[in-house]
Design a protein around this ligand. Sequence first.
Ligand SMILES: C[S@@+](CC[C@H](N)C(=O)[O-])C[C@H]1O[C@@H](n2cnc3c(N)ncnc32)[C@H](O)[C@@H]1O
Length: 266
Amino acid sequence: MSYKLDSEVVTMDEDGLRFSQDCKGQMPEGIIHEKESPGQASSTSENEKVVPEFYNKAQKYWSEVPATVNGMLGGLGYINAIDIQGSKIFLRELKVPGKKLALDCGAGIGRVSCNLLIPLFETVDLVEQDAAFAEKARELCTSESVRRNGLGEIYNLGLQEFSPTNKYDLIWSQWVLGHLTDPDLVAFFRRMRLSLQPGAYFCIKENVSTSKEVIKDDEDSSVTRPLELYERFLKEAGFRVARKVRQQNFPKGLFPVYMIACKPKP
Ligand SMILES: C[S@@+](CC[C@H](N)C(=O)[O-])C[C@H]1O[C@@H](n2cnc3c(N)ncnc32)[C@H](O)[C@@H]1O
């Protein structure tokens, strides 16, 4: 997800080289409008087919991706340090009150847990739909280079099915929300709101589209939403946005990446 190019400004030539080009309007199949997002199809029977297919395709896509940092970052492993540094500064400025328990949503191989969350929280739980990634996360987050006993529970299931039993001091969700349908996303946000300790934050870090459109990617079965849509869904789920920062220093041509920290509305 991190590697995704903003197709409105950058595309690839046949040799896989990037070049700038405004190709807006040249990819009609790649752009879907909000009302056509999976999970919002007009009839129930249509929905019954479209929604499982959306999740199954993503599952298959990720099952073929290597369980490495490079795999998590679509071949742009070198942005790992810049990404983690940006998140560290964001959390530092947020001044999260509790330091006991955090949750990493769509954790992959635990890149964010190992590098960002375990150094800051006593215990970190993970949710990840791919069993091989979850196993790799267990291995990496308990390796010698990571603080002992920092890893808590690993939940091997999709966010659309996940209902936390713990209350968290921080919930972090990065480069995964494009894999949820709109209704599942709002329902997920609601469940996260109910799983926060008093004063705790729910943070998301996601690619956003530069147009007002939702951009569909059929290859990994995900969507890239505009920032405003994330904000609207967060509000709908009962959150208020406490802080919003754009990640700096990523390579040119990628979708903008935003970090948003929310608190339950009083
Ligand atoms: C781009 S990787 C990001 C991993 C991690 N958040 C990071 O930043 O390194 C996307 C991850 O989301 C997971 N994923 C995809 N759909 C999911 C879903 N419905 N629920 C939970 N995880 C999902 C994939 O298996 C993959 O591990």
